[in-house]
Design a protein around this ligand. Structure first.
Ligand code: BTN
Length: 229
């Protein structure tokens, strides 16, 4: 049983669990406070994107952490992947992929100066392929379980999060490296292209480009589809 997840606020419907958790953080809610929802009307993703899941089919949660660890984005990705199981890989910084399809997204928001962070996780536990909008059908994935799997999955996720947010940075990095979806792959990002070369001790993505080795701090990277030639 994890110490995370208490107190818990469950909402049948809200705009964004991250938004609710941020409000609670500002009001002084304790470490481990959890907000869950059956449905979000304005679920937020990284890079200004939205996160959509039909009512009661996705695990939608936001966890408030006080004094979060340095490698929180990576630790959260590793925790989610460990719950999803052996085939799950993490695409830097923390998309969780199964067979190349994204089954979970993580949005970490916070106030470093106030020493708190909210980890928002959307895990496609019980979505059906037809639940995804047409533009995501090639890239989104689901665990394909029933809605009754959401609560037990949340319990396992809280235990995994407890483990990985208290793990040493070295252990988090090692676990990330064993699940690194980008390692050795051709990638591109807003500023260029290259070959992913793992993560450095700060959790930044290392990339080998024609100009030499560089690191990416944040942002979105895309796998370059192989042409097969
Ligand atoms: C991403 O991959 O872009 C991150 C998606 C994060 C979605 C989750 S769903 C629960 C929580 N509340 C939000 O508004 N966003 C996160």
């Amino acid at each position: 049983m994890s110490g995370l997840g208490s107190p818990r606020l469950h909402l049948r419907r809200t705009d964004s669990t991250n938004e609710r958790a941020r409000e609670l953080a500002a009001l002084g809610a304790p470490h481990g406070t959890l907000v869950t929802a059956s449905r979000q009307t304005a679920g937020r993703g990284r890079q200004g994107r939205s996160w959509v899941a039909p009512d009661g089919r996705g695990l939608l949660c936001s966890l408030l952490l006080r004094d979060p660890p340095r490698l929180l984005p990576l630790a959260a990705g590793v925790a989610v992947a460990s719950v999803v199981g052996v085939p799950a890989l993490v695409k830097w910084p923390n998309d969780v992929l199964v067979d190349g399809r994204k089954v979970a997204g993580i949005l970490v928001e916070g106030r470093p100066q106030e020493r708190w962070a909210v980890v928002g996780i959307g895990l496609n536990v019980a979505l059906q392929p037809e639940d995804f909008p047409p533009e995501l059908r090639e890239t989104a994935g689901t665990l394909g379980q029933g809605p009754e799997a959401i609560e037990p999955t949340l319990e396992r996720l809280l235990e995994a999060l407890e483990h990985w947010i208290t793990a040493s940075p070295e252990d988090v990095l090692e676990a990330f490296r064993t699940r690194d979806a980008l390692l050795g792959r051709a990638i591109r990002w807003a500023g260029g292209e290259g070959r992913a070369a793992g993560v450095d001790p700060e959790g930044r993505l290392m990339v080998q480009t024609r100009q030499g080795r560089m690191t990416l701090e944040a942002g979105e990277v895309h796998l370059v589809p192989s042409t097969g030639t």
